[in-house]
Ligand binder design. Structure first.
Ligand code: FUB
Length: 417
């Protein structure tokens, strides 16, 4: 990873990600739990395979890999897909990953709030079922706030209804009933609650047709009633909007998505911009930038375990759907997660490469323009699972724009996960 002066927007470029929920955990890093727009899209039907991203400087983001897919959900709709906007919470040594997913083929009538747990923030999640009593028609987008006193609250909603309630100690059931959140104006979906200086903020997407904005309300109690405060994110150019607010190393940020890379509303990309409060606690309108945010820590050190594999045919463009380059005997070290960084050149606005690892499909990797067919400055990065030792085959197939691949760099995570 090289030193970057700003994060740029979007910050996650290699795969399409949306609905970012950001959290700072005890290891001092900031994590983004995002949903994943599978490419090609079919509305939001095919969304699946959640990835987590982490950073300790806000500029360099590591793909931590996939943590859950619809195939892992035994109670889920038989056709899969529909893994929509998630959130994550931490309590007493366990990470709780909350995700909306339908239990039946009639997807919008059968939403449930699934929970997967792990002892680690970004790997090892196992599905635990769903929260009893929650869900139903259009009820999506769970968000959990763990308050300073350890009490935890769940919020969710859609189709103009937002509900909240207190979670039990098990973090997987509700204490009593959910209640409607009062005082919100023009609520659509995407509830997010955070606390600053003793005040609770509930942010959400509004109903502006095809150009949802973000609004917010405040309260001195985690479950309201809420006082409506206004709009703080104008349209991003994407029909949906969905965001989270978090503080990291003394600065506040809005994590949101737009469609800048794809120019398609169902292939979205996570962005980050700074968020400022006025003296009275109100939020200033967030300025959407191309530059993104500045570093709040040193750039990561180069990985001493990284191995580079050259493509001997790097001069040959992968233009046709049957053109590919293959890397054999790729070292997965002890096995488990490994970051793959593909060095490429393309003059196309957006080329794509289809990645398979040991025959397993990893979908399309985005390769935005490097400004020239021989400018090998592009890096497409994704984290996958490798077998132990030099037993791995990585294949990149063309057919989505004129693109040359110079090499791949592989960095095993070395933690055995
Ligand atoms: O990403 C699928 C859905 O689109 C989310 O659940 C909504 O908040 C909207 O972003």
């Amino acid at each position: 990873m090289s030193a970057k002066s700003t994060s740029m927007n979007p910050v996650i470029t290699t795969i399409f990600t949306a609905d970012p929920s950001a959290h700072v955990w005890e290891d001092g890093k900031v994590y983004i739990y995002a949903s994943h727009d599978m490419d090609p899209a079919r509305g939001c039907d095919l969304m699946d395979r959640y990835h987590v991203f982490s950073s300790d400087d806000m500029v360099n983001w590591v793909d931590e890999g996939e943590i859950l897919r619809s195939d892992d959900v035994s109670w889920g709709r038989p056709e899969g897909g529909f893994m929509w906007a998630p959130d994550c919470a931490y309590k007493n040594g366990t990470y709780y990953f909350y995700y909306p997913h339908p239990s039946g083929s009639a997807w919008n009538d059968t939403w449930k709030m699934g929970v997967a747990t792990s002892r680690s923030p970004a790997s090892g999640f196992t599905d635990q079922g769903y929260i009893p009593g929650l869900g139903g028609f259009a009820m999506i987008d769970p968000c959990v706030l763990v308050d300073d006193d350890g009490r935890a609250y769940m919020y969710y909603g859609g189709g103009s209804k937002c509900a909240g309630g207190e979670l039990n100690e098990d973090m997987m059931s509700i204490d009593g009933e959910m209640r409607e959140m009062e005082g919100l104006e023009d609520f659509h979906e995407a509830a997010w609650v955070f606390k600053r200086e003793g005040l609770y903020y509930l942010t959400y997407a509004d109903n502006l047709e095809n150009h949802n904005r973000m609004r917010y309300a405040t309260s001195s109690h985690p479950l309201g009633p809420w006082t409506y405060r206004g709009i703080f994110l104008e349209p991003t150019g994407c029909s949906t909007t969905h965001g989270s607010v978090a503080e990291y190393k003394g600065k506040w940020y809005l994590f949101y998505h737009n469609q800048a890379i794809s120019e398609q509303g169902n292939l979205r990309s996570v962005c980050i911009d700074e968020l400022y409060f006025n003296e009275d606690g109100t939020i200033r309108t967030v300025v959407q930038t191309l530059e993104g945010v500045r570093p709040v820590g040193p750039a990561p050190a180069p990985d001493p375990n990284r191995k580079i594999y050259a493509n001997e045919n790097s001069g040959v463009p992968l233009r046709q759907a049957d053109s590919f380059c293959r890397f054999d005997r790729v070292d997965g070290a002890n096995g488990g997660r490994a970051a793959i960084h593909v060095r490429y050149a393309t003059a196309e606005r957006l080329a794509k490469l289809h990645l398979t690892v040991n025959g397993e499909d990893h979908s399309l990797l985005n390769a935005p323009s490097t400004g020239g067919s021989w400018e090998f400055t592009g890096l497409a990065s994704i984290t996958v699972r490798l077998q132990p030792g030099e037993n791995n085959t990585i294949r990149l197939t063309g057919g989505n724009g004129d693109i040359r691949v110079e090499s791949i760099a592989v960095s095993p995570f070395m933690d055995g996960n």
